[in-house]
Design a protein around this ligand. Structure first.
Ligand SMILES: Cc1cc2nc3c(=O)[nH]c(=O)nc-3n(C[C@H](O)[C@H](O)[C@H](O)COP(=O)(O)O)c2cc1C
Length: 274
């Protein structure tokens, strides 16, 4: 056994070769008895995706110390119609109840994040979660103060010109950036990870869809992301680690609105490549 603890239970292995065919790094081969084995130095190329464990029909493969019997089993996935309905019914929430998401729901939501895909299976994202609405209120006030102070600068930074209408709304006491949300989640990626721009966006897309199945509203928040990107002190406040870059921010919380029907968007531009 090597450092990856790749182990084949030969009593269970049916020698079908699914693991050999599916390994993205192609570091599995058949040994003399037609059981899978890792090639010499294979560990160096392994991206730790666990496809070998997941694809094995008889649960014969273990890697990284994981017992295949502890894995979620296929069969409980939503039907395609249910999945499509969920995608159609997803809405941006701007009507939050002034209360925290209950602990059990929050635990489920954050637990899901272990499964979001990342480029080259890198999984180095950092998730900053404001789980306490009182802390959210502090951050809300801090962001609004900084935006208002920025709007007094002379000359204004170029992007600030577009913020004038938000300044007016903040001064009128409207929570135009955070929409009254009791929580936020900010995702940062390691600057030197393989896909630093896209990984945070994928994570939040999964977060949003799953949250809404749990009755939790979500808002992609470009305004908050912009504020956190502009002000280093705000990134410090939410604990973005050194060497990480903030990707995006999503607000979330119990919602006070239900949508009885979906929208009817226009058709996307689509063309078939010949
Ligand atoms: C990348 C991105 C950034 C967004 N930023 C904000 C924002 O800062 N504030 C806000 O209220 N909505 C924001 N939205 C929500 C969009 O305005 C929203 O998707 C649009 O109103 C359509 O509503 P729907 O999501 O319910 O279909 C953002 C959406 C995306 C995808």
């Amino acid at each position: 056994m090597n450092e990856l603890r790749f182990f084949v239970d030969e009593r269970k292995c049916i020698r079908c070769g699914a693991c050999v065919r599916d390994c993205p790094a192609q570091i599995l081969k058949f040994d003399a008895t037609q059981h899978p084995a890792m090639v010499e130095d294979g560990a160096k190329s392994c991206i730790r995706c666990q496809h070998c464990l997941a694809v094995c029909p008889s649960g014969a493969i273990s890697i990284l110390g994981r017992d295949p019997m502890d894995s979620q089993r296929a069969g409980a996935e939503p039907a395609p119609e249910a999945m499509l309905a969920q995608i159609k019914m997803r809405r941006t929430c701007r009507n939050y109840r002034k209360e925290a998401v209950d602990a059990d729901t929050l635990h489920k939501l954050l637990g899901m994040l272990d499964w979001v895909p990342t480029g080259v299976n890198n999984h180095s994202l950092d998730f900053a979660v404001v789980d306490d609405p009182a802390v959210m209120d502090e951050i809300r006030a801090e962001v609004n103060d900084r935006v208002l102070a920025m709007m007094k600068m002379d000359p204004l930074p170029p992007f600030a010109a577009r913020m004038e209408r938000y300044r007016k709304q903040i001064l009128a006491g409207r929570d135009v950036i955070f929409r009254g949300a009791p929580h936020l989640i900010a995702v940062s990626s390691k600057a030197d990870s393989p896909c630093p721009e896209i990984d945070p966006v994928i994570a939040l897309s999964y977060f949003e869809l799953y949250a809404q199945t749990l009755g939790v509203g979500t808002t992609w928040c470009g305004l908050a992301a912009g504020a956190f990107k502009v002000f280093p002190k705000l990134r410090q406040r939410i604990g973005v680690p050194d060497g990480y870059e903030l990707g995006y921010v999503m607000l979330f919380g119990p919602t006070s609105l239900k949508y009885p029907r979906a929208t009817q968007p226009g058709k996307v531009r689509l063309h078939s490549v010949k």
